[in-house]
Write a protein that binds this ligand. Structure first.
Ligand SMILES: Nc1ncnc2c1ncn2[C@@H]1O[C@H](COP(=O)(O)OP(=O)(O)O)[C@@H](O)[C@H]1O
Ligand SMILES: [Mg+2]
Length: 593
């Protein structure tokens, strides 16, 4: 696993950079939370006044006397009333500060998260197919959904409290030192110990968190995979098996999480004992000082109250540094996504193209997903408007070839030209606009039929959508549905039949009206009668467009002008026929430039 690929400082720097647009929000949150220090310093004062001046015999401090009626400044009743009202007032202010700062913090946190997630999602969309083939969709989903929280955890959950606690700490030490400097000194001796503790625990925690997040993400992929293929799981009766797989993953996670809790509690225990030792020492010395008259009893109470408040930022600081390890692991995982470079990238000064004529040329194209070659030295020419049929056994590389044409992947060697220009020289979106793709397994989204057709062209009018559906022989079945074009097709279009799905996706291709049509075995999963209807529509669709039609049976391709047969990534036969000028067969490998 990626061990410390990023340094801690690196991660902070990059997270803060991401949070930059919200610095005003963050600053406001900090300012509001800083108010808690003076309020915390005031909190134990009513108690001191009650003990020393109401019960005891000390006069009220001069500052306080100014608030009291001059007629009876030191009467016990007035003093007590003052003490009680002050207590209520301080409590009210502390509550108000807490509420306001909580609301602002939530708002800022959500804005940060939303922004960060959106950027992460954008980047994941941009990444090439090879990344997604490799990592799987669930892992990306986990990073977007859960790991993105690190931006909140680090900025609002750590850096702000860190600044806040540091300031509180300095304030508390200063105030205690003014009352009794020896006490302040004793109290502060614990901080180097806390610092050492934090350093020791940081690394093991981070490593354990890394393991947990990986296990979490893989448990989620089991869920995604099973729910996505629930029909197959049920059909083969593998529910129990999948359940076991899930439970096994989550037990590992459970064990890892318990190990973290173990380390964390060990840390908490040492932390608590350290601060308790500090408190005990201070109490010891404090009592001595009260006996010798250096401190009043009320002052000792105040110091003890401050001390507990002094230790709370101290232990916050050290706890934060360990909790932070979980957030930093998430940060590692998100930045790993940001640092991933898409394999298929657009060249600078790429050419734009509005509508290609549709001339394609492949020059000794080779491709492999990993080490084994999938396409080997493929060369052929396609003149505009002709129909090319590609056949071959499954696994021969037909779909791969189609993916290369749309630049889902780039060839490992050789080149592909569209209208005489290398595909890599075009703007990516322009290039993909030249194609309409119909897949073996049509992909629908969980929305209405109309919107599914309009996926090809979001600004299409209703008339255009209906026109496209008519051309695709889909209008008839759509209007027979009770809700017509507004019928919801369900997730991945599961509520309409396979043939219907295919016709909707053909309508999409009609609406797209692209110069090049890629048909990847569009009829291989429907029955013969449906196939006839689809072929009829496809015939219409192919008119006036360059068409690449993939089928594993040669018979489906009898109307094609050029027929290629692929076998294990090589063109083993090329037959030109029909109306178009016969393209020159280029079976021999041509050198690439
Ligand atoms: N995303 C992928 N990652 C790795 N190997 C792949 C991937 N897609 C296909 N392959 C492999 O490439 C070969 C060609 O696949 P494909 O082009 O889908 O064949 P066809 O469409 O002719 O059935 C197969 O051996 C397949 O296992
Ligand atoms: Mg295929």
């Amino acid at each position: 696993m990626s061990n410390d690929r990023y340094s801690q400082l690196d991660l902070y720097r990059r997270l803060l950079l991401q949070a930059r647009p919200y610095w005003l929000h963050l600053f406001g949150t900090l300012a509001l939370s800083l108010l808690s220090t003076p309020l915390a310093l005031l909190a134990p004062l009513p108690m001191k006044l009650a003990v020393d001046s109401v019960l005891g015999s000390q006069p009220l401090p001069r500052l306080v006397q100014r608030f009291l009626p001059s007629s009876s400044p030191n009467s016990p009743a007035t003093s007590l009333l003052f003490v009680v009202v002050t207590l209520l007032l301080i409590t009210f202010l502390r509550q108000l500060q807490g509420t306001l700062s909580g609301v602002l913090q939530t708002y800022t946190g959500e804005r940060l998260l939303q922004d960060f997630r959106a950027k992460l999602f954008r980047q994941v969309e941009r990444l090439s197919l090879s990344y997604h083939d490799d990592k799987g969709t669930s892992d990306s989903a986990y990073r977007i959904q859960y790991d993105a929280y690190c931006i909140q955890a680090v900025t609002l959950g750590s850096i702000l409290p860190l600044i806040n606690s540091s300031i509180t700490l300095v304030g508390m030490v200063y105030v205690i030192a003014r009352m009794d400097w020896q006490l302040a000194l004793v109290a502060m001796t614990v901080s180097p110990i806390l610092f050492m503790l934090t350093r020791t625990f940081r690394r093991p925690l981070r490593q354990r968190w890394r393991a947990i997040k990986e296990l979490d993400s893989s448990a989620m992929s089991v869920v995604h995979e099973v729910l996505g293929a629930i029909r197959v799981v049920k059909a083969f009766g593998r529910e129990d098996h999948e359940h076991q797989r899930f439970v096994r993953g989550s037990s590992e996670r459970l064990a890892a999480q318990v190990r973290v809790a173990f380390v964390q509690s060990g840390f908490d225990l040492l932390l608590g004992m350290t601060t308790a030792t500090g408190t005990a020492a201070a109490l010891w010395i404090g009592v001595m000082h009260v006996r010798s008259g250096v401190l009043t009893l009320g002052a000792l109470l105040v110091v003890m109250a401050y001390l507990s408040q002094l230790y709370s930022p101290l232990s916050t600081l050290s706890k934060l540094l360990t909790d932070l390890q979980s957030a930093l692991v998430s940060a590692e995982r998100t930045f790993a996504v940001f640092d991933e470079v898409p394999e298929v990238i657009e060249r600078r000064n790429a050419r734009s193209i509005t509508r290609a004529s549709g001339a394609l040329a492949l020059r000794n194209v080779c491709f492999s997903y990993g080490s084994a070659p999938v396409l080997r030295g493929i060369s052929f020419d396609v003149s505009p408007g002709i129909r090319v049929g590609i056949s071959g056994a499954t696994g021969a590389g037909k779909t791969t070839l189609a993916s290369l044409l749309m630049r889902f992947y780039d060839p490992t060697a050789g080149q592909i030209l569209l209208d005489g220009v290398d595909l890599r020289d075009y703007k990516l979106s322009d290039l993909r606009n030249q194609f309409a793709l119909v897949l073996q397994e049509p992909v629908l989204f969980s929305t209405t039929i109309a919107e599914n057709i309009a996926y090809a062209r979001p600004d299409a009018t209703d008339e255009q959508i209906i026109e496209a559906a008519k051309l695709a022989n889909a209008h008839e079945f759509i209007t027979r549905l009770p809700e017509g074009y507004r019928t919801l097709v369900g997730e991945r279009g599961m509520r309409v039949s396979g043939g219907e799905r295919q016709r909707i996706s053909l309508a999409r291709a009609f609406l797209r009206d692209a110069p090049i049509l890629l048909l990847d075995e569009p009829t291989s999963s429907v029955d013969v009668k449906t196939e006839a209807g689809i072929m009829d529509a496809m015939d219409r669709l192919m008119r006036g467009r360059t068409t690449i039609m993939i089928a594993h049976r040669l018979s489906t391709l009898e109307h094609c002008d050029l027929r290629l047969e692929l076998d294990r990534g090589e063109v083993i036969r090329m037959v030109a026929s029909g109306r178009a000028p016969a393209p020159e067969p280029m079976l021999q490998k041509t050198g690439t430039t």
